[in-house]
Design a protein around this ligand. Structure first.
Ligand SMILES: [Fe+2]
Ligand SMILES: [Fe+2]
Length: 447
């Protein structure tokens, strides 16, 4: 294949990875199933990594202007639009893991065989790495589809599978080197315009999601309490971070005008936050604690997604993450973890801290630079956060939650499992979020 032929093919692979990245990201917020929410966070990032590698490679091949934002063929667009518009998790997973990703896999493999391994060695290497990521995604996807759909349900989607196959065929396959067919099939799910759903949803293991009856930061910074007891609050805080991918996904979906580098870097951060949530889950699991008994609040992602613009949400995110950097933030959490004697708490907080340092850098690159200077960028973030209505009292009046204090039960349970006597002061902890937000700043009467 000539340079021109390689570039044309690589651009189509890039288009697929980029679109897959968008589809995964767009579903994180509204997908209730926790395992899918975290997997989409992971797979969105893997696709972003591959898209970036392909962009770099195309840029090396005598190409400017690169034309990487162009749609290579309406057939490819129809296939991805159909999957984007899939009406439920089952159809979405079939479209992603049973159609688009296997086709992409095949095309990467074909490319590797077709191109000259000496002349085009950098692309060969790139496709080998891409195949590793795609295979990881497919391994998960097969299990997900088995878990989600009965054979009957899966067979019922055969007509739609055929539509997707025909769309790709019409484009001459992903490579564009197959025989093109002229007639584009009629759209099914994508016949109506697609809309992003900004309202976070959770599965049945999550309950009492408006509960603000326990303020873990107040416990964490209270010198009366032991590091061992504080690890429970640390694991809770990590697990609650599942609201960050739910919120960050909305920034990405609603910022199509931002350069690719923004989307790539923010996707990395988004996946890190999903990992932090999983660290909390694993931490509880290792202690033998059933985390599903604890209400995992989601009002942060709900309120930010429905009350602020994408730019304002990014400002709040940066303000919060910047606040995690001083002595009282991530280093302190790691020190608590180290002193607790819970090895996983120490390890997870160590990596959590490292990730947050990266996130603060990304924030300076993609948020502060557009703003001018750090101080006004921070002040704006603080103002945006204050603007978010905290409806602690209203939630209770509306019957959305009783703000039950779930801490004593969790604490008693943990002490029983560990075989240690409870500390009476810790057991009596009852500070809430009624008047104090997560950075321990007083909430003003207006909001
Ligand atoms: Fe985090
Ligand atoms: Fe972060």
């Amino acid at each position: 294949m000539s340079v021109d032929e390689c570039v044309a093919w690589l651009k189509r692979l890039h288009y697929l990875f980029r679109q897959l990245h968008e589809i995964f990201t767009a579903r994180i917020t509204s997908e209730p199933l926790y395992e899918l929410k975290t997997a989409f966070s992971h797979h969105g990032w893997l696709c972003a990594e591959q898209a970036t590698a392909l962009r770099t490679r195309v840029g090396e091949m005598r190409e400017p202007p690169l034309g990487l934002e162009a749609v290579p063929h309406p057939g490819l667009k129809l296939a991805v639009d159909e999957v984007r518009s899939a009406p439920d998790a089952t159809a979405l997973c079939v479209g992603l893991y049973d159609l688009l990703l296997p086709s992409l896999r095949e095309s990467l493999e074909e490319y590797r065989q077709a191109t000259n391994p000496l002349a085009d060695a950098p692309s060969v290497r790139l496709s080998r790495f891409a195949l590793l990521d795609v295979d990881d995604m497919l391994r998960f996807g097969r299990v997900a589809i088995e878990g989600l759909a009965t054979t009957h349900e899966s067979q019922a989607m055969d007509g739609w599978r055929e539509l997707l196959r025909q769309s790709l065929k019409c484009a001459g396959g992903i490579s564009g080197r197959g025989e093109e067919t002229t007639v584009l099939p009629s759209p099914c799910y994508s016949a109506r315009p697609w809309h992003y759903d900004p309202v976070p949803r959770r599965d049945a293991r999550f309950h009492d999601s408006y509960n603000g009856g326990v303020n873990p930061e107040a416990f964490l910074y209270d010198e009366r309490f032991s590091p061992r007891d504080k690890t429970l609050m640390l694991f809770y805080k990590r697990l609650r971070e599942i609201d960050v991918p739910e919120m960050m996904a909305s920034i990405l979906v609603e910022s199509p005008e931002k350069p690719w580098g923004f989307h790539h870097d923010m996707s990395r951060q988004l996946w890190d936050e999903a990992r932090h949530a999983m660290m909390g889950e694993v931490g509880f699991h290792q202690l033998g604690i059933d985390w599903t008994r604890i209400p995992i609040n989601y009002t942060w992602s709900l309120n930010l997604n429905t009350q602020l613009t994408a730019q304002e949400r990014h400002a709040v995110l940066f303000f919060i993450e910047q606040g995690l950097m001083p002595r009282t933030g991530k280093r302190y959490e790691w020190e608590v973890g180290k002193e607790s004697g819970v090895a996983l708490a120490s390890l997870f907080q160590d990596f959590d801290w490292a990730d947050e340092v990266l996130h603060a850098q990304l924030g300076r690159e993609w948020y502060v630079k557009g703003f001018g200077d750090l101080n006004s960028a921070l002040a704006y973030g603080d103002r945006c956060w204050s603007k978010v209505m905290s409806r602690w009292g209203e939630y209770r009046e509306q019957g959305l939650t009783q703000h039950r204090n779930w801490w004593p039960e969790l604490y008693a349970n943990a002490c029983a499992i560990l075989g240690v006597p409870p500390d009476t002061q810790a057991a009596a902890f009852c500070e809430t979020y009624e008047t104090v937000r997560a950075d321990l700043k007083e909430i003003s009467a207006s909001g």
